[in-house]
Design a protein around this ligand. Structure first.
Ligand SMILES: Nc1ncnc2c1ncn2[C@@H]1O[C@H](COP(=O)(O)OP(=O)(O)OP(=O)(O)O)[C@@H](O)[C@H]1O
Ligand SMILES: [Mg+2]
Length: 454
């Protein structure tokens, strides 16, 4: 496995090394060039000053004097007449012969560089013309051995090589720490995720940085908390299911045994059989609800939306439920502003409203008023189910949409509730992209509101 830190390190190094080579190359070229230029202009200046002396007095004695001055220095001088014949030189003039021809074109007064190619030629050279009474009388040639320039450049190269190695060394050290610094939190996060996959959700990551890595660390912790919550919820859900299944089964088994083993009177037998039938119904309802939730969880259920005229829809619901309301001696009222059309799945919407009305019926007393209303606010359609029943205690309100949550377990059981109704309602409402909220006060009543935004 190639480590990220190594990959990052190599990448940084290649980039920095490339840039450094580029910069060093140009710096080196620049410095070398200006050094050589300095040497050439010094040589030219020296030649020009000899020329100035010779222009004042162009005789053997002055030429000797000029030549004598150069004989002790690292540069050499050759003085010729205007035809190129050597008058005198500070050293053997033979090596300089190829430069000593009479120039074909006029030389400017301030002289010119004859040879600047220090890298390949043995000398650099300049020429300065001697003007007397406006006539060219001779030339002063200056020569400097390029070995001195070479040693100058060599010294420069050595400095550059040293600086280069130092930079490479420092770069490697810096890259080492930087790439470690970047990959260290990543390694920690990788360890945390493998802990999570092993089921240990109590991971904590340092949240020092406020960048993308810090955000990632926060997300991983959030994920661990969510997974922890889901794990708890799942085990609670499973224990609730087994409890809910066990209770009716215990009843069924107990009463079936009695009916089977004992010689009972006809009415008694019927009483027990009725309980068995009721409990069986409860079981099949429960399994139906669970199946429904499982379908929603797996996203395998589909919503077929169509335009529903709410006023017709409510009338249908009223017809369906009026026998039940009459039996319980409750008043039901439905009302929808005319021509409200809602884009929803009619079968699912009915399921939602029936569940809410079923709750209102179950958790209200005789004579209660139950209302179903729909109205429009701007582009949203609001549907409200309201009752003046026993209400929900404030502390329970945040949990009533949880699976198997019932406010009063023993009493609701006698009413046949399993605590799955609102969980299913909420999922169905969300599947429509709508919202559900509840307002309730104990002994005053409850109101569920659905909002379908347009
Ligand atoms: N209109 C209401 N008035 C008072 N309490 C309510 C009302 N609606 C719901 N509740 C409370 O919320 C709990 C959860 O309701 P939910 O519909 O999920 O379950 P349930 O009615 O007990 O069972 P199920 O609907 O699965 O048969 C109920 O047990 C009840 O305590
Ligand atoms: Mg219910």
């Amino acid at each position: 496995m190639k480590k990220l830190s190594v990959k990052l390190g190599i990448l940084f190094f290649v980039i920095i090394f490339g840039l450094m080579t580029f910069v060093f190359f140009f710096l080196h070229e620049g410095i070398a060039e200006s050094r050589v230029d300095e040497e050439l202009s010094a040589l030219q200046a020296r030649g020009n000053s000899h020329r100035a002396i010779l222009e004042k007095q162009f005789d053997d004695e002055t030429i000797d004097h000029v030549v004598l001055m150069e004989s002790e220095s690292t540069t050499d001088v050759v003085v010729t007449n205007k035809n190129g014949a050597v008058l005198d030189s500070s050293t053997q003039a033979t090596p300089f012969m190829k430069y000593l021809q009479v120039p074909s074109s006029p030389i400017p007064k301030e002289g010119k560089i004859l040879e600047g190619n220090w890298a390949e030629e043995p000398f650099i050279a300049t020429i300065s013309p001697i003007h007397i009474d406006g006539e060219v009388t001779g030339f002063v040639y200056m020569f400097q051995n390029t070995s001195s320039v070479h040693s100058l450049i060599e010294g420069l190269n050595q400095h550059f090589i040293l600086a280069g190695w130092l930079s490479v060394f420092l770069t490697i050290i810096i890259i080492f720490f930087v790439s470690k610094g970047i990959t260290k939190p990543l390694i920690k996060m990788k360890e945390a995720t493998s802990q999570i996959s092993k089921g240990n959700f109590s991971v904590s990551l340092p949240k020092t940085s406020k960048d993308e890595l810090g955000d990632l660390a926060k997300s991983i912790e959030l994920l661990a908390n969510d997974l922890n919550y889901l794990k708890h919820e799942r085990s609670e859900f499973l224990s609730s299911i087994s409890h809910e299944l066990r209770t009716p089964l215990t009843y069924i088994k107990g009463y079936a045994d009695i009916v089977y083993k004992r010689n009972l009177a006809h009415e008694e037998k019927e009483k027990y059989l009725k309980i068995i039938v009721e409990e069986t119904n409860r079981l099949s309802e429960l399994i139906k609800d669970l199946f429904e939730l499982a379908k929603i969880d797996q996203n395998t259920f589909v919503i077929h939306k169509e335009l529903i005229d709410l006023s017709n829809f409510f009338t249908n619901i009223e017809q369906k439920l009026s026998p039940a309301f009459q039996e319980k001696k409750m008043n039901f009222e439905q009302q929808s502003s005319p021509s409200i059309c809602l884009n929803a799945d009619p079968w699912r919407l009915e399921q939602i409203i029936l569940n809410l009305l079923d709750n209102s019926m179950k958790y209200s007393q005789e004579g209660a008023n139950i209302k179903l209303r729909a109205y429009k606010v701007k582009n949203s359609i609001h549907i409200k189910v309201q009752d003046n029943g026993k209400g929900i205690p404030e502390k329970d309100i945040p949990f009533i949409f949880n699976r198997f949550y019932r406010v009063d377990k023993s009493r609701t059981r006698s009413l046949g509730g399993t605590g799955l109704g609102l969980a299913i309602v909420q999922e169905l409402v969300h599947a429509h992209g709508a919202e559900i909220s509840v307002k309730s006060r104990e002994n005053i009543g409850t109101e569920f509101e659905l909002i379908f935004r347009g």
